[in-house]
Unconditional design. Sequence first.
Length: 133
Amino acid sequence: MPPEPGNRAVAEDWLRYAASNLMLARQPKPAGVLWGHLCFNAQQAAEQAVKATLALRGIDFPRTHLIGTLLELARRGDMQVPDELQLADDLSGYAVTTRYPGETEAIREDEYRRAVQLAEQVVRWAESVVRGA
Protein backbone atom coordinates (compact mmCIF):
# COMPACT_ATOMS: atom_id res chain seq x y z
CA MET A 1 0.00 0.00 0.00
CA PRO A 2 2.30 2.76 -1.21
CA PRO A 3 1.49 6.15 0.24
CA GLU A 4 1.80 9.34 -1.74
CA PRO A 5 5.15 10.86 -0.72
CA GLY A 6 4.87 13.59 1.84
CA ASN A 7 1.10 13.53 1.93
CA ARG A 8 0.12 15.19 5.19
CA ALA A 9 -3.59 14.51 4.61
CA VAL A 10 -2.96 10.76 4.34
CA ALA A 11 -0.81 10.87 7.47
CA GLU A 12 -3.54 12.76 9.34
CA ASP A 13 -6.08 10.12 8.26
CA TRP A 14 -3.87 7.39 9.71
CA LEU A 15 -3.59 9.42 12.94
CA ARG A 16 -7.37 9.86 13.04
CA TYR A 17 -7.80 6.08 12.89
CA ALA A 18 -5.10 5.61 15.53
CA ALA A 19 -6.83 8.09 17.84
CA SER A 20 -10.17 6.34 17.33
CA ASN A 21 -8.74 2.93 18.20
CA LEU A 22 -6.94 4.38 21.20
CA MET A 23 -10.22 5.86 22.44
CA LEU A 24 -11.88 2.46 22.09
CA ALA A 25 -9.02 0.82 23.98
CA ARG A 26 -9.33 3.33 26.82
CA GLN A 27 -13.07 2.82 27.33
CA PRO A 28 -14.14 1.30 30.61
CA LYS A 29 -14.47 -2.43 30.02
CA PRO A 30 -18.11 -3.29 29.50
CA ALA A 31 -19.37 -6.49 31.12
CA GLY A 32 -18.74 -9.41 28.83
CA VAL A 33 -16.01 -7.71 26.80
CA LEU A 34 -12.67 -9.50 26.84
CA TRP A 35 -9.49 -7.67 27.86
CA GLY A 36 -7.89 -9.03 24.72
CA HIS A 37 -10.38 -7.20 22.53
CA LEU A 38 -9.42 -3.93 24.17
CA CYS A 39 -5.75 -4.87 23.66
CA PHE A 40 -6.51 -5.39 19.96
CA ASN A 41 -7.63 -1.75 19.77
CA ALA A 42 -4.44 -0.66 21.52
CA GLN A 43 -2.39 -2.62 18.98
CA GLN A 44 -4.32 -1.10 16.10
CA ALA A 45 -3.74 2.41 17.47
CA ALA A 46 0.03 1.86 17.65
CA GLU A 47 0.17 0.24 14.21
CA GLN A 48 -1.83 3.01 12.56
CA ALA A 49 0.20 5.69 14.30
CA VAL A 50 3.49 4.32 12.96
CA LYS A 51 1.94 4.02 9.50
CA ALA A 52 1.02 7.72 9.74
CA THR A 53 4.69 8.63 10.11
CA LEU A 54 5.66 6.40 7.20
CA ALA A 55 2.94 7.90 5.00
CA LEU A 56 4.11 11.41 5.83
CA ARG A 57 7.63 10.53 4.69
CA GLY A 58 6.43 8.64 1.63
CA ILE A 59 7.93 5.39 2.88
CA ASP A 60 6.30 2.32 1.37
CA PHE A 61 5.13 -0.17 3.99
CA PRO A 62 3.79 -3.72 3.77
CA ARG A 63 0.45 -4.93 4.99
CA THR A 64 1.63 -6.06 8.39
CA HIS A 65 0.58 -5.88 12.01
CA LEU A 66 4.19 -6.15 13.20
CA ILE A 67 4.92 -2.88 14.93
CA GLY A 68 8.63 -3.66 15.26
CA THR A 69 8.87 -4.07 11.48
CA LEU A 70 7.12 -0.74 10.93
CA LEU A 71 9.35 1.03 13.47
CA GLU A 72 12.41 -0.38 11.71
CA LEU A 73 11.16 1.10 8.43
CA ALA A 74 10.82 4.45 10.21
CA ARG A 75 14.40 4.21 11.50
CA ARG A 76 15.68 3.35 8.03
CA GLY A 77 13.80 6.39 6.78
CA ASP A 78 15.95 8.57 9.06
CA MET A 79 13.24 9.14 11.64
CA GLN A 80 14.26 9.54 15.26
CA VAL A 81 12.46 6.64 16.93
CA PRO A 82 12.92 6.57 20.71
CA ASP A 83 14.38 3.25 21.88
CA GLU A 84 11.54 2.70 24.36
CA LEU A 85 9.05 2.51 21.49
CA GLN A 86 10.56 -0.84 20.51
CA LEU A 87 8.64 -2.29 23.46
CA ALA A 88 5.47 -1.57 21.47
CA ASP A 89 6.33 -4.56 19.30
CA ASP A 90 4.90 -6.58 22.21
CA LEU A 91 1.49 -5.35 21.02
CA SER A 92 1.87 -7.12 17.69
CA GLY A 93 0.55 -10.39 19.06
CA TYR A 94 -2.76 -8.79 19.92
CA ALA A 95 -3.46 -8.13 16.24
CA VAL A 96 -4.45 -11.70 15.51
CA THR A 97 -4.42 -14.00 18.52
CA THR A 98 -6.93 -12.01 20.56
CA ARG A 99 -9.51 -12.20 17.78
CA TYR A 100 -9.95 -15.96 17.78
CA PRO A 101 -10.83 -18.34 20.61
CA GLY A 102 -8.20 -20.80 21.72
CA GLU A 103 -5.31 -18.82 20.22
CA THR A 104 -3.94 -17.43 23.47
CA GLU A 105 -4.35 -17.50 27.22
CA ALA A 106 -6.83 -15.07 28.73
CA ILE A 107 -5.45 -11.53 28.88
CA ARG A 108 -5.38 -9.99 32.34
CA GLU A 109 -6.21 -6.42 33.27
CA ASP A 110 -2.57 -5.58 34.02
CA GLU A 111 -1.59 -6.70 30.51
CA TYR A 112 -4.36 -4.53 29.10
CA ARG A 113 -3.14 -1.49 31.05
CA ARG A 114 0.40 -2.01 29.73
CA ALA A 115 -0.93 -2.35 26.18
CA VAL A 116 -2.76 0.96 26.43
CA GLN A 117 0.30 2.66 27.91
CA LEU A 118 2.49 1.42 25.05
CA ALA A 119 -0.07 2.50 22.46
CA GLU A 120 -0.31 5.95 24.03
CA GLN A 121 3.47 6.38 23.78
CA VAL A 122 3.49 5.41 20.11
CA VAL A 123 0.55 7.67 19.24
CA ARG A 124 2.13 10.65 21.05
CA TRP A 125 5.39 10.09 19.16
CA ALA A 126 3.59 9.80 15.82
CA GLU A 127 1.59 12.95 16.48
CA SER A 128 4.81 14.83 17.20
CA VAL A 129 6.37 13.54 13.95
CA VAL A 130 3.35 14.30 11.77
CA ARG A 131 2.25 17.56 13.33
CA GLY A 132 5.72 18.79 14.16
CA ALA A 133 6.96 18.36 10.59
